[in-house]
Design a protein around this ligand. Structure first.
Ligand code: ZN
Length: 263
């Protein structure tokens, strides 16, 4: 029964029996794992506050070849997300990150890049200097790269049906070709192919395609500081959520929260 210590981010926990928890966590070196934390719901448990959603920890556990669940021994907190609890949209973003990881990542398949993606957006989230756009940039960036790293991101500048280029202006100085998406298709279509295919389409604006292109070549911390709010790139997030949902074959519970209008 080898003992192991992995740097990890806690995704979610489920109660088990009276005092135990099943913990789903994403490790840097082993991918997504599940384990049983005995007596984690008792006072003075060896896990302390380390099992909160998206806590960054060093998790000690025992892995057995034949069992799907590892046995958690203890965890050491590196960083908690307590600082974000009073920020409504940052909290929604945390719920969304945790659900996407839980639903879309395969078990026990290491992906250092996915782990670093999640760490990068968690680092980015705390609103510095009252920048209310940060949760929206973080959620959009995470969604785009989660889809990309899973190999599900289609070309964003080509019509899936006819192959027409979507980012070329029709004539110099003219508007870029419009692009549309629907739940049933994996990519974008041009306005001609959309009219042939019939209803049920949303438009992915040229601005959002530009944002996606920037996000694919720029770390989240270095994105341009343009004003963002809930409406910015909402079409891109809808497109990406639909890509995720069609691959995991279920709806994300947290996705509608991102579209809710509050206050
Ligand atoms: Zn087309």
């Amino acid at each position: 029964m080898p003992a192991r210590v992995s740097e990890a981010l806690v995704l979610r926990t489920y109660p088990l029996k009276e005092a135990d928890l099943v913990v789903s966590f994403l490790t840097r070196d082993q991918g997504k794992l599940r384990g049983v934390a005995k007596r984690a719901r008792r006072p003075k448990s060896p896990f302390g506050a380390g099992l909160e959603r998206l806590s960054h920890v060093r998790m000690a556990y025992f892995q057995r070849e034949t069992r799907e669940l590892v046995n958690l021994d203890s965890c050491e907190l590196i960083h908690s997300q307590f600082g974000l609890v009073s920020d409504y949209w940052a909290s929604v973003a945390l719920d969304y990150f945790a659900e996407v990881c839980e639903q879309m990542l395969p078990s026990a398949e290491p992906s250092e890049r996915f782990f670093r993606l999640l760490l990068a957006v968690l680092d980015y989230l705390p609103a510095a200097g009252g920048d209310a756009g940060r949760p929206w940039r973080a959620v959009t960036y995470f969604s785009l790269w989660a889809v990309r790293l899973s190999g599900w991101l289609p070309e964003l500048n080509v019509c899936l049906s006819c192959g027409a280029l979507l980012d070329d202006a029709a004539d110099p100085g003219g508007a870029p070709e419009r692009a549309f998406f629907s739940r049933s298709r994996p990519g974008l279509v041009c306005s001609h192919c959309r009219s042939v295919a019939g209803g049920g389409h949303w438009e992915l604006s040229a601005e959002s395609r530009w944002i996606a292109a920037e996000m694919l070549r720029t770390p989240v911390s270095q994105l341009s500081r343009s004003q963002w709010d809930q409406d910015t790139a909402a079409d891109l997030r809808r497109f990406l959520v639909q890509q995720i949902e069609s691959h995991v074959e279920r709806r994300l519970i947290t996705a509608p929260l991102l579209d809710e209008k509050i206050g």
